[in-house]
Each structure stands twice: as C-alpha cells, then as structure tokens.
Design a binder for this molecule. Structure first.
Ligand code: ADP
Length: 511
C-alpha cells in the first residue's frame, strides 16, 4: 500500500487517499473483484488509475461517456500517465495506430465504450494484451432497475471472462439503490463482501425544496444574488431549457445552454465556456454533466422535478465537488408531476413503466416530506443512520407544527367513500365541493365528505394529500393514472391510533 501512496503523491500530487479509495485500491491490488460505491466527486477515477500504474500491462476502463474520453485521456497524459482510448470518433487509421501502440506496450490505460466489446475482432485483439484490471465506470448502467440502463453493459462480464489474463474487475458508481447494488454484484459475479460503500453523504451540500413560488422570479433573483458563483440549472425538457435561457439572457444575465437538441459543436462550445468560467451559469437538461468534473459549482438548481432520486442526487452532487459549501435547490410545482409522467410514458417500454412511476413517486415524496432532506436521500440509497443534517430547508424550517389528524381522517374517509379508485385531484375536488362534471356524474356530490374541506383551495388540499402520501398514510398504486389507497398506517390514523402533525402552512387565497 505504501507503493500506492507513493504513486498517489508522485503522479497526482495528493498526500493521502480519501475514505473508501484506500480500501478499494487495497482490494484491487490484492486481486479481488470489487464494487466501489462513492458519491459523485468522491474520487472514483483514482481507484483504478493508481493501481494501473502498479500493475503490469494495460488497464481497460469501460465508460459510457465517449464524449469525455479524450478529456480524461488528455488529463492523464498531462500527469505523465500514458493513456489512450478507442472509440467511434477515431478514424480507422487512428484506431490501427492506437492498437499497434497497445500491442507494443506503450500504454497503461485504455478507455473504451461497452459497445466495443460486442465486436469479436476487438475482443480477439484484447485477448492478445496483458490486461490485469478492467474498471467498469458508471456501473449502475448495468441494472434495469437503475436510472440509466445500457444493454451493452450486460456483455461486459462474458467479455471479461474470455480474457486469458483473468483480470480483476472493479465496478464503480455513485448512484445505486440496494437493488441496483445487488444487480451489479450478481451480473459481475462479485461477492457481497467485496462491495466497498463509502456512504452517500456529502456534508458540504445544503438541500432545499422551494414550493409555491413563482419560479422564474425566484431563479432570476437567485442568480442575480449569486452573480459571482458558478451554477447549473436543470430543466426537465429541452423546451424549458430554451425558455429559461432566453428569459435570463433577456434580463442581461450571461448564461449557457445545453441539451440533446443542439449541434455537437454548439454543445461543446457551451460546455467549454462553462468549464473555463467564461460563463458562470448553465441551463441544461440531464444530458449535461455526466462525468463533468468542474470543482467550483456553488449551486445546482432543479427548476423542475427530476424523474427519480438517482438522477436528482447525481445532478445535485455536481455542486461542491471541491468540498466548499454549496446549495442544491429543488423548485417544486405540482404540474411537473404530469410532465414527468408524460416523459415516462413516451420514452420507457411498457414493462418498465411501473418501476419508473414508482421512482417518480419517491421523488415527489422528497419534495413533500417535512423530515430532514439529507436523511431522506441516505435512506433512499439504503444507508442507515438517523441524525438530522441540521442545515437543509426542512431542518431549518422553524414553523410550529400543528396536529392535522382530523383533516387527515377527512381525506382518508373520503377516499374510502369513493372506493379508493381515484387520484389526488378528484379526491381534492370532492373534499372542496368542486362542481366538476365527473364528480356529479359519479354522484360524489351526494357523499357526506363532499365539501368537507371547502374552507381550503383545491390546490392546498392536493398538497396536503401529497404530504400524506409522503408520510406513508396514503399509498399510491398504478402508473399513468395513479390511484390512492389508505395504507396500513392510514388505517391507524382513521382509527385514532396514530396522530399526524404538519408544519403550519401559508394558506393560499381561495379562487
Ligand atoms: P468521481 O468520479 O467520484 O465523481 P473524480 O474521480 O472525478 O470523482 O474525483 C473528484 C475530484 O476529487 C477530482 O478533482 C480529483 O482530482 C479529486 N481527488 C480524488 N482523490 C483525491 C484525493 N485522495 N485527495 C485529493 N483530491 C482527490
């Protein structure tokens, strides 16, 4: 291990390994196949780069990020580490030259995309090289339960077993729920005890959920106040990126944009401008950022609700990679839920839609919980521990709590009277005495619970229902048209065996 520390110092200029890095490096050098799970910015790259310099032969790095391979390789070369890549951006001649260099033992690291392993001739070529280690970056792409499934990842295991040098496999990811962790272990045939999980907590991140604000105004004020700071604003759709980008530009704020609909050259130009600080704000879809290593991002704003917690945390985690305090802000508006449902319906195969809808549900719950936000994230990723972070917007929210058990009972009993077959808005409609035609048609205006909460707006009652879902009092079933049911916890509330409290809300004026 002393040798590893020497390499760390000599090539990378760091004095010591970070939490988790030392254990992973030790595992790899001892020849153990390993899964390493570290938060974004935790320093996953060094976990294979350092061993590659201590092992004979060339370490193969499998990464889905073709667009970043060149940057990664250039950075290594600058540090005096002979590295190269083979991907579809190279000409046939460049590929041949690189292969010749690999055969001549000129490189310590080779980056490739997983698809390349599907080529028989390429695999035959790899079989001729001394490969001591295969690093699988973004290993969550291997799981259908993850948020970024790539079918080509499924071939990695069989390709690696065909390598005569019997290399060590190191799988790395920042976002893996317990289910995804198990999938990675299973597919790569790695033993449970060889998983190194360093914890997902990033204690320099301040999480905040903002609800009920005019988002455009809010963002404008925020970026003006934080003019000197670098930040990323994520939107759910390209259209929204364009609209927000235009709005901020019109307000005289220098801002970049990035999404899959822009040309490669424009995207590259915008990305470079952001990386070298000539623009400090980037408005983008989730196409921006995977693998982007900009250390001084001071805030990440989610202008709209992301589709799941994995994506959210990966994006939010791009703030504060340098360890300096940074903010992660989610702006929530109920209509985003529909946007995300629509995106799921349009883009996800029907057999996986339920899974995605469930993930979306957990994202919505994050926006509605009144408990510690950091805690919610850690629990989501299967981490134990019950200390409040003390600095997220929920921990800092000093509004008094009120007992809302009776109102919860009103909602629950209304749901039962509607036979638990409807979603939030119709239930809120019945409770607030809406004249909606559907309510008349179903004769819900005859129910004793009709208009029971008519002192409140339908919007407030809907938010209250969302809160009850987040608290687990109401369960959600079904995909595009979710149906609400009284959960076992909800039954206890109905029977008066459990009470529910909530922070006192700002009431919106009834319209
Ligand atoms: P990840 O891939 O886990 O998101 P990176 O490997 O890109 O993270 O590392 C994030 C940053 O942390 C990089 O700037 C890297 O140079 C730095 N870093 C990694 N390991 C160490 C270390 N042991 N000491 C100091 N800085 C480190």
């Amino acid at each position: 291990m002393q040798q590893a520390t020497n390499v760390l110092k000599e090539y990378f200029g760091y004095d010591s390994f970070r939490t988790g890095q030392d254990e992973i490096v030790r595992h790899v050098l001892a020849g153990k196949d390993t899964v390493g799970i570290m938060p974004t910015g935790g320093g996953k790259s060094l976990c294979y780069q350092v061993p590659s310099l201590l092992l004979d032969g060339v370490t193969v790095v499998i990464s889905p990020l073709i667009s970043l391979m060149k940057d990664q390789v250039d950075a290594l070369i600058q540090q005096g580490i002979p590295a190269t890549y083979i991907n579809s951006t190279l000409t046939a001649r460049e590929t041949d030259e690189t292969m010749a260099g690999l055969s001549a033992g000129e490189y310590k690291l080779l980056y490739i995309a997983p698809e390349r392993l599907e080529s028989r001739s390429f695999l035959r070529f790899l079989q001729t090289l001394p490969i001591p280690l295969v690093a699988v970056d973004e290993a969550h792409c291997l799981s259908q339960w993850g948020h970024d499934f790539r079918p080509s990842y499924m071939n990695i295991s069989s390709a690696v077993t065909q390598l005569p040098t019997n290399p060590v496999i190191l799988a790395l990811t920042a976002t893996a729920t317990p289910q995804v962790q198990q999938d990675i272990l299973h597919h790569l045939h790695i033993r449970d005890e060889n998983m190194v999980l360093t914890g997902f907590e990033r204690d320099n991140l301040f999480f905040q959920v903002v609800k009920g604000e005019n988002r455009k105004k809010w963002v404008e004020n925020y970026v003006k106040k934080n003019r000197d700071h670098s930040g990323i604003i994520y939107c759910a759709t390209r259209k929204e990126v364009e609209a927000l980008h235009q709005l901020l530009e019109r307000k005289g704020i220098a801002v970049g944009k990035y999404h899959g609909g822009l040309s490669d050259s424009l995207r590259e130009e915008q990305q470079d401008a952001f990386l070298n600080d000539s623009i400090s704000i980037m408005v983008a879809t989730n196409a921006f950022g995977m693998g982007i290593n900009k250390s001084n991002v001071r805030y990440v704003i989610h202008y709209q609700l992301p589709k799941n917690m994995e994506g959210y945390y990966q994006e939010a985690g791009r703030a504060g990679r340098d360890g300096v305090d940074s903010e992660c802000i989610l702006l929530f508006a109920p209509q985003d839920i529909q946007t995300q449902r629509y995106i799921i319906e349009q883009n996800i195969s029907p057999d996986m839609q339920m899974n995605e809808m469930q993930k979306l549900r957990e994202m919505i719950d994050f926006a509605h919980t009144e408990s510690c936000l950091q805690q919610y994230i850690l629990t989501y990723f299967g981490e134990e521990g019950d200390a409040r972070c003390g600095k997220c917007s929920n921990c800092l929210d000093d509004r008094e709590q009120e007992d809302v058990t009776v109102r919860a009972q009103m909602v629950l009993s209304c749901m039962l009277r509607m036979n638990e077959r409807f979603g939030t808005s119709l239930i809120a409609g019945v409770l607030t005495g809406s004249k909606n035609k559907k309510i008349k048609d179903w004769r819900f205006d005859q129910l004793s619970t009709y208009g029971l909460m008519k002192d409140q707006s339908q919007k407030d009652v809907s938010l209250f229902i969302e809160y009850l879902i987040a608290e687990g009092v109401i369960a959600v079933e079904g995909g595009s048209y979710p149906i609400l049911k009284v959960s076992s916890k909800g039954k206890e509330v109905l029977l008066g065996q459990r009470s529910i409290s909530r922070k006192i809300q700002k009431t919106t004026v009834r319209v």
